[in-house]
Ligand binder design. Structure first.
Ligand SMILES: O=C(O)CCC(=O)C(=O)O
Ligand SMILES: [Fe+2]
Length: 328
C-alpha cells in the first residue's frame, strides 16, 4: 500500500454519492484514510493545545491526574494520565469530553464514563478550555458527516449510524505527548526487527477515530498483505480509521485496521478524537439486518458494558485496565 485514500470533504455537497462510495470502499479495504478540507478545524490551534498542556508544571498536571495515580483527585476517567515506566506505551495524555447537561438525571452518578471534564487554570494568554471544547464539537460534527456518507455508501438510511450519538455520546478528545525513552526502553517495547514502539500494535475499540499527527512520522498501519506500512503526515489532513465497535456491527465488512506508533527518537505529539456511542445505545452484531433482508438476525447489545469489558479485561492498556467496574 503506498498512500492512504484521500477523502476531500469540500466535495461533500457537490459529489455526495461519489464520496460515500469512496469512504465505504476505503473502509472495506485499507480501513485507514486521509480526510482533508474539514470545515472549521484549525490545526494550528490543536497543536498549540498540545504544546500548552504538556508544558504545564508537573504539579498542575498532577492535580488533573486520574484518581488511580493521584488519590487526591476525584476524577476516575477524564483528565490527565502520566507516563508509566516499564510500559511499552510511552505517553502521557489529557482527555476531555462534552459534559452531560446540568440537571440530566438519566445518568447514574456511579457511571464515571460521564464524569465532568477537569480543566487546568488559565492565565488568560491562551484559551485552552474554549479551544478544546470547540474542537470537540467540530470533530463530532465532522464524524457525523462522515457517518452519513458511510451510510449512503452502504445503501442504507443516511442517519442509520448518527442516531446512536444523538443522546450523550461517550466520545473523548485526547491530547498525547510521547517523550523520548529515558535510557533503554523496556524489553516489551522492542519488536522483532529491533525497532522500538511507543504505542504497540492495536485496533481501536471505539466506533471511529479522527487522528491528528501534525508533522510527525511514526504511525504505521497493517495492510491487507499483513505488512506494516508507514503513514506519512499530510498538512492539514486528518487520519480516519474505524474501531472494533463498528467493524463488529458490520460483521467485519468494514475493517478495524491494526496500527502502532514507532519511536521517532524525539518528542511526538498527536491528538485523536475517539468517537464513541452513548452508554445505552445498541451496537449489537448483524446491524445490517435492520436495513436489508438476507442477514442473520441482529442481536442487541449496549455499548457501555461491552466497551468497558473490552478495554479493561481484554485489551488491558495501562490507561484503561485501572478503571473501576460500573454497576448500573
Ligand atoms: O499517536 C498516534 O499517532 C496514534 C495513537 C493511537 O493509535 C491511539 O491512541 O489509539
Ligand atoms: Fe489507535
Amino acid at each position: 500500500m503506498a498512500e492512504l485514500p484521500i477523502i476531500d470533504l469540500s466535495k461533500i455537497k457537490t459529489h455526495r454519492n461519489e464520496l460515500a462510495k469512496e469512504i465505504v470502499h476505503a473502509l472495506e479495504n485499507v480501513g485507514f484514510l486521509f480526510i482533508e478540507n474539514i470545515p472549521d478545524l484549525d490545526f494550528d490551534i490543536l497543536y498549540k493545545c498540545c504544546r500548552w498542556f504538556f508544558a504545564l508544571p508537573w504539579e498542575t498536571r498532577k492535580s488533573l491526574m486520574r484518581n488511580f495515580w493521584n488519590k487526591e483527585s476525584k476524577n476516575v476517567y477524564r483528565g490527565y494520565f502520566p507516563v508509566v515506566e516499564g510500559e511499552p506505551s510511552r505517553k502521557e495524555g489529557f482527555e476531555c469530553a462534552r459534559d452531560v447537561p446540568p440537571g440530566d438525571t438519566s445518568v447514574s452518578p456511579k457511571n464515571w464514563f460521564y464524569e465532568k471534564s477537569v480543566w487546568p487554570e488559565e492565565d488568560g494568554s491562551f484559551p485552552f478550555k474554549k479551544n478544546m471544547q470547540e474542537s470537540y464539537e467540530i470533530f463530532h460534527n465532522t464524524a457525523m458527516e462522515i457517518l452519513k456518507l458511510c451510510a449512503i455508501g452502504l445503501g442504507i438510511d443516511e442517519d442509520a449510524f448518527t442516531g446512536i450519538f444523538a443522546d450523550k455520546p461517550m466520545s473523548t478528545l485526547r491530547l498525547m505527548h510521547y517523550p523520548p525513552w529515558d535510557g533503554k526502553p523496556p524489553e516489551n517495547a522492542i519488536i522483532e526487527d529491533g525497532r522500538v514502539v511507543t504505542t504497540p500494535d492495536h485496533m481501536d475499540s471505539n466506533f471511529l477515530t479522527l487522528l491528528n499527527i501534525f508533522d510527525y512520522e511514526g504511525l504505521e498501519v497493517k495492510n491487507a498483505d499483513d505488512q506494516w506500512v508507514a503513514v506519512h503526515p499530510r498538512p492539514k489532513t486528518l487520519i480516519m480509521n474505524i474501531g472494533v465497535t463498528l467493524s463488529r456491527m458490520m460483521g467485519g465488512r468494514l475493517k478495524a485496521t491494526r496500527h502502532r506508533v514507532m519511536d521517532i527518537g524525539v518528542d511526538r505529539y498527536s491528538l485523536p478524537f475517539f468517537l464513541s456511542p452513548s452508554y445505552n445505545s445498541d451496537v449489537g452484531i448483524n446491524f445490517m439486518s435492520k436495513y436489508e433482508k438476507g442477514h442473520p438476525e441482529h442481536v442487541p447489545e449496549r455499548y457501555g458494558p461491552w466497551v468497558l469489558h473490552r478495554i479493561k479485561h481484554e485489551i488491558k492498556y495501562f490507561e484503561y485496565r485501572v478503571l473501576p467496574e460500573i454497576e448500573d
